[in-house]
Design a protein around this ligand. Structure first.
Ligand code: FES
Length: 150
């Protein structure tokens, strides 16, 4: 007999979850629309945030003079336009959000639609990107790059 009681609890929970989901959709994601839902529904409102402090991305030896390296996981590009001068940029293309994939011929290159960015300042060398790559501060500690993305 307890089996029937347990089996009715699951559909009721599912219906509540479904109704909360509909409320979220109807409210356009506003938190006021999900006030009566379980805490798990509101916990999804918290977006993952980027690390506030500097991020270690890799070794200085990996970035050649006149070139650069794309750190895909961190979505960061580090370049070395001249000897000992390091620059950091967002690796997210300002056209449609693809990750740039390589640095060649003094240009940071996006594979999606062909945008090219200068390794000196992230400015657009070839479109369709409408704006430069955001620049980040780069420091070197113990032979590794520390990049501040804020
Ligand atoms: S997303 Fe980079 S060129 Fe379109």
């Amino acid at each position: 007999m307890t089996e029937s009681a347990d089996s009715t609890a699951t559909p009721a929970t599912s219906r509540r979850t479904l109704l909360c989901g509909v409320a979220v959709l109807a409210a356009g994601g506003a938190t006021a629309g999900v006030a009566g839902c379980s805490s798990s529904a509101t916990s999804t409102d918290a977006k993952p945030t980027a690390k506030a402090g500097p991020v270690t991305v890799g070794a200085v030896a990996d970035v050649p003079v006149g070139g650069g390296k794309v750190y895909r996981e961190q979505k960061i590009v580090v370049t070395q336009p001249t000897v000992g001068q390091y620059k950091g940029f967002s690796a997210t293309c300002t056209h449609a959000g693809c990750l740039v994939d390589q640095v060649a011929s003094n240009l940071i290159q996006c594979p999606c639609h062909g945008s090219r960015f200068n390794i000196n300042d992230g400015s657009v060398a070839a479109g369709p990107a409408p704006s430069p790559l955001p620049e980040y501060q780069v420091t070197v500690t113990n032979g590794a790059f520390q990049v501040s993305t804020t």
